[in-house]
Design a protein around this ligand. Structure first.
Ligand code: SAM
Length: 248
């Protein structure tokens, strides 16, 4: 036991992030000053573009739903923040002659206010203020790790599934030491503020792994959800409802 501790081996689980930890994130408090939040979202946007956060969506959706189905889609973006993902995806679709419309949902009205021209709804992913099957596709990026407990994650998956008529596609950071190093370096080189850098590192500690999301998706009733690792850095969950059968 003494040698184990002296070698520092008791720290290995923390170093390799085998267990999820949930220290609070600075920008999760809803009363951060607007100018601070604005700067943080500008910097997060730079990090997101650099890490190509929209790529998993443009890679998966046409291959999964088919190009024809992608011509017109109505999305709900959960934890949309300043709505950058919707703006990027909307432009990308427009360049292909497709029409993708986004509703941005976030618990933080100040974050949504950074996107004054968006279709914004203040609300929690745990109790979505929408009827069943309101959207073609429900997406989320870097949101799920903000939830504190597994019970909340199951509820979030359940709610996403309830309000989609067709598909759910979620993306989040993956909990691994390699990504932790990459985020440390990336946020330093991109000149992010101290609190944003700290939040980015906490995000990786709060994140999940494939087996964990698979089990939670199963508990939420998304038995056929595919959970996979994208580029060694992102956790993806995709689930599709069966096409409605036409009654005679
Ligand atoms: C890291 S930001 C991600 C923003 C954007 N989706 C992206 O990929 O850059 C996480 C967002 O989730 C929001 N959020 C956290 N908990 C939430 C909840 N329970 N319901 C709705 N939004 C939540 C936060 O307010 C924040 O805007």
């Amino acid at each position: 036991m003494g040698l184990w501790r002296r070698l520092g081996a008791h720290r290995l689980p923390a170093m390799f992030l085998t267990q999820r930890r949930t220290p609070p994130e600075y920008f999760d408090a809803l009363d951060r000053p607007l100018n601070e939040l604005q700067a943080a979202y500008r910097q997060l946007g730079r990090v997101n573009r650099c890490f190509k956060f929209s790529h998993p969506f443009v890679w998966v959706l046409p291959r999964w739903l088919g190009r024809e189905r992608c011509r017109r889609l109505e999305f709900l973006d959960l934890g949309a923040g300043d709505g950058l993902l919707g703006r990027i995806l909307g432009r990308w679709a427009h360049q292909r002659g497709w029409d993708w419309q986004f509703t941005n949902l976030d618990i933080n009205p100040r974050a949504l206010a950074l996107n004054p021209n968006g279709r914004n709804v203040v609300g929690s992913v745990l109790a979505l203020p929408f009827e069943e099957g309101c959207f073609d596709v429900v997406i989320a990026s870097q949101m799920t790790h903000h939830l504190n407990t597994e019970v909340e994650v199951v509820q979030h998956f359940r709610e996403a599934w309830r309000v989609t008529r067709e598909a759910v596609l979620l993306s989040d950071v993956h909990r691994n030491a390699g990504l932790m190093g990459l985020v440390w370096l990336g946020t330093l080189l991109l000149g992010c503020s101290r609190p944003l850098r700290a939040d980015a590192l906490v995000s990786v500690q709060r994140a999940f792994r494939v087996a964990e999301w698979k089990s939670l998706a199963h508990q939420a009733g998304l038995a056929d959800a595919r959970v996979w690792l994208y580029a060694g850095t992102r956790l993806m969950l995709q689930a599709r409802k069966p096409a409605p059968t036409l009654s005679r």
